[in-house]
Write a protein that binds this ligand. Structure first.
Ligand SMILES: [Zn+2]
Length: 255
């Protein structure tokens, strides 16, 4: 049996997600925004929490760790650079490390920029990527602790994953991201198609996550900073892609 995922809303606009290995029964929470929401999700699925995989230290990703660990004695895996800022860490990981959830094997990608030690988890056999606040659907995280160049390089790492990778991010920001993306690439037909799909999902109260990487590559302006269309939109044609990325990010900050 293949891996199962379960996505559920937490706090104001966060997502929690459970990753379950039917072969062993092991279940990981990817980040722990709030304990109650994770507990309800576990109960809804009848799964036992064995691991928490943490993408970065922000409170809206780690606030549930202490109560969940007290109750489930689960293992907490965290980025080595941020371990001191995350409660009750059992294991730290860095680039290219493997993290097992039962028989499922994930690879660690260091994706700094939003925070200095942010990591993402990619499960190659299942083609699942858990990217925290680095990549959002049609958007990306704010560059808070790193530099724009660092964030662009992190996004390039994620962009290199297989096209049919399902991307799980930490927040439901897709509609607002699309409103901004249309100001950068108003003629992008794939963006228009994504907007239709997303409006329909949100009207039905459904999440827009996960998205397919191929869709993001076609419509997310932050993954397209090395295209002429996006460079032209910020009047930086011929400039390095990371500078284009920085300009687009700056515009989004003020949008
Ligand atoms: Zn964050």
């Amino acid at each position: 049996m293949t891996a199962q995922t379960y996505l559920f809303p937490c706090l104001a606009d966060n997502y929690g997600v459970l990753l379950h290995d039917p072969a062993t029964g092991n279940t990981a929470a990817i980040d722990a925004p709030e304990a109650e929401a994770v507990e309800s999700a576990l109960q809804a699925k009848g799964w036992q929490l064995t691991d928490i995989l943490v993408t970065h230290h922000h409170a809206d990703h780690t606030g549930g760790i202490a109560p969940l660990k007290a109750r489930h004695r689960c293992r907490v895996v965290a980025p080595h650079m941020e371990a001191k800022r995350i409660p009750l860490v059992d294991e730290t990981v860095r680039e290219k490390d493997t993290v097992k959830v039962g028989s499922l094997a994930g690879e660690v990608y260091e994706t700094p920029g939003h925070t200095a030690g942010h990591i993402s988890f990619f499960f190659p056999l299942e083609k699942l990527a858990f990217v925290g606040d680095t990549l959002f659907s049609i958007g990306c995280g704010r560059v808070i602790e790193g530099t724009a160049k660092m964030m662009w390089e992190s996004l390039l790492k994620l962009r290199d994953l297989p096209d049919d990778t399902r991307i799980f991010c930490g927040h439901e920001y897709t509609q607002a991201n699309i409103r901004f993306a249309k100001t950068i690439e108003p003629a992008n037909a794939r963006l228009a198609a994504r907007e239709k799909e997303v409006d329909k999902l949100r009207a039905a109260g459904e999440p827009t996550i996960p998205s397919k990487l191929a869709e993001e590559k076609a419509a997310n302006p932050f993954l397209r900073a090395d295209t002429a269309e996006v460079a032209k939109a910020v009047a930086l044609l011929g400039k390095p892609a990371w500078e284009v990325f920085a300009a687009v990010r700056e515009r989004k900050n003020r949008f």
